[in-house]
Design a protein around this ligand. Structure first.
Ligand SMILES: *Cc1c(COP(=O)(O)O)cnc(C)c1O
Length: 483
């Protein structure tokens, strides 16, 4: 009698189902411009998803059909007119790497196997790309949120001489600083690390939405007077609202003078360092104590993949190392190769994310990725220029990178915030484009973020046309409703 296994009974039939699915997937990728940007999942499909836990399996043919049915219902970020939040568009090349990843099924917590060497090479490339010293350490993670938690833990532990790894932070009154435009993942990291999100002081910004460094110095001084212990300042390279880059070089100086850790959140902005045009504006990044950034945003790697770099390998190891007996390294054999990735982060079981990043750099090369960055910046600038030509549109922030924030204006309504929110919802629901919204100085902005290698200038023109049309339509409607 055959033993129980999850391998296919009939490999030929499995193979033909897999080939068909591959074709369906490639069709989806090749027709990226077709259809609506966002396809909400139909009610019927949502109902069909609610099923009992299957007791018996289905055929591969049946399974592949179900997988294909799901393909249209992504976020929409594979479309050229997806402009919301900060999403990368991804690219078909990743599919190749992901197939190899699934076939290898490697666990990258540690040990001595090929996948580890690929991850180490990716980290080495990142170290060089960001200008970090040779001895710096790093880890591939899910994204900047996780990278931030790891970086801030090293910063916290180093400040407390690592005793807190065993004893907790006790009475330590550690405080850190970031601009009021900084990403919410920072507050969450402070929360998770037991410091409390209030320990992250929000420093006001100048009119360019960069951290006001005089204000920073005042808050640090005040905190010291009040018995708090400043331990970290976090600079933003590419703020989520408008794409502002803090004055990183000055932050290096302040961090040195105050003897505190400098972390940089460069989720999407740091990766623009590959562009000759942007690189000078990121000066200072190479002197940070730690840096967090994503591959899945501006570099167009498919979700998810991010990276943390830490200047002091020693501090990084001191913050995360310490393995149980059953995980102890040996000098030879499969358990060799220390330090392991698990010595640099909280996760033991880890997927082979690094492979798609490695193969992405191999497939496209940095020059082409830099050209995407430059093109997106030019598109954002173009959009900003066009807005200033129209009376019914108002620019709400300077365009300095890849994000343009603006709004539709009219005298027909008293509530421009509601009108602009409804314009964005209408564009999304009609499948025309998918910008998002944010609030700048109390005003609701239509926020267009371009981290998309598929966006063309014609897409920007179409967006402007449609905003004009939808804006007029909704303003007339609201004019009637509110008088
Ligand atoms: C996206 C983003 C983050 C969070 O990164 P994830 O990859 O989503 O975890 C943090 N900071 C900035 C500036 C971002 O744009």
């Amino acid at each position: 009698m055959a033993n129980t296994t999850l391998d296919p009974d009939d490999w030929d039939s499995f193979r033909s189902s897999a080939h068909r699915l591959l074709d369906d997937v490639l069709d989806k990728m090749e027709t990226f411009r077709q259809g609506k940007v966002w396809n909400p999942m139909p009610a019927e499909m949502k109902i069909n998803l609610k099923a009992e836990l299957p007791q018996n399996g289905v055929s591969h043919k049946e399974l592949c059909k179900k997988l294909t049915e799901l393909l249209p219902y992504g976020v929409g970020n594979t479309h050229p007119r997806f402009f919301g939040w900060v999403h990368g568009a991804g690219n078909p090349g990743c599919l190749l790497a992901e197939m190899a990843v699934a076939a290898m099924n490697a666990n990258l917590g540690g040990r001595d196997h090929g996948a580890i060497y690929v991850e180490n090479q990716v980290i080495e490339w990142c170290r060089q790309m960001m200008g970090f010293p040779e001895k710096a350490s790093g880890l591939i993670v899910s994204g900047t949120s996780m990278a931030t938690i790891i970086a801030m833990k090293v910063a916290r532990d180093q400040r407390l001489d690592f005793f807190c790894r065993k004893k907790g932070i006790k009475e330590a009154k550690l405080v850190g600083y970031a601009s009021d435009q900084a990403h919410s993942c920072l507050g969450r990291a402070f929360d998770l690390l037991g410091l409390g999100s209030d320990s992250l002081r929000k420093i006001p910004c100048d009119e360019q939405f960069r951290m006001d460094l005089n204000a920073l110095q005042k808050v640090i001084d005040r905190d010291r007077e009040n018995g708090f212990e400043p331990f970290a300042v976090i600079g933003t390279a590419g703020s989520v609202n408008v794409g502002a880059i803090d004055d990183l070089e000055s932050l290096v100086g302040i961090a040195e003078k105050e003897d505190i850790w400098l972390h940089i959140d460069g989720a999407f902005g740091a990766t623009a360092i590959i562009s000759d045009e942007i690189r000078p504006r990121l000066k200072g990044i190479e002197r940070a104590d730690s840096l967090a950034f994503d591959f899945h945003k501006w570099l167009q790697v498919n979700y998810d993949a991010g990276c943390v770099l830490v200047r002091s390998n020693e501090a990084h190891l001191n913050s995360f190392s310490g393995r149980a007996e059953y995980l102890k390294e040996t000098e030879r054999g499969l358990a060799a190769g220390s330090p392991w990735p698990v010595d640099y982060g909280p996760e033991l079981s880890r997927s082979f994310r690094a492979l798609k990043v490695w193969s992405h750099f191999l497939e496209h090369g940095v020059e082409k990725l830099a050209a995407v960055v430059n093109e997106n910046c030019n598109q954002a600038k173009y959009l900003g220029m066009k807005i200033q030509e129209f009376d019914h549109l108002e620019l709400l922030a300077p365009v300095t990178l890849n994000i343009t924030c603006f709004r539709y204006i009219t005298e027909k309504t008293t509530c421009l915030n509601t009108l602009n929110k409804n314009i964005v919802i209408a564009l999304q629901e009609r499948g025309i484009a998918a910008p998002s919204t944010t609030i700048l100085n109390g005003r609701l902005a239509i926020r267009v973020n371009i981290t998309n290698h598929r966006t063309e200038f014609a897409d920007i023109d179409l967006l402007l046309e449609e905003i004009t049309k939808v804006g007029r339509e909704l303003a007339n409607k609201s004019g009637k409703t509110y008088g």
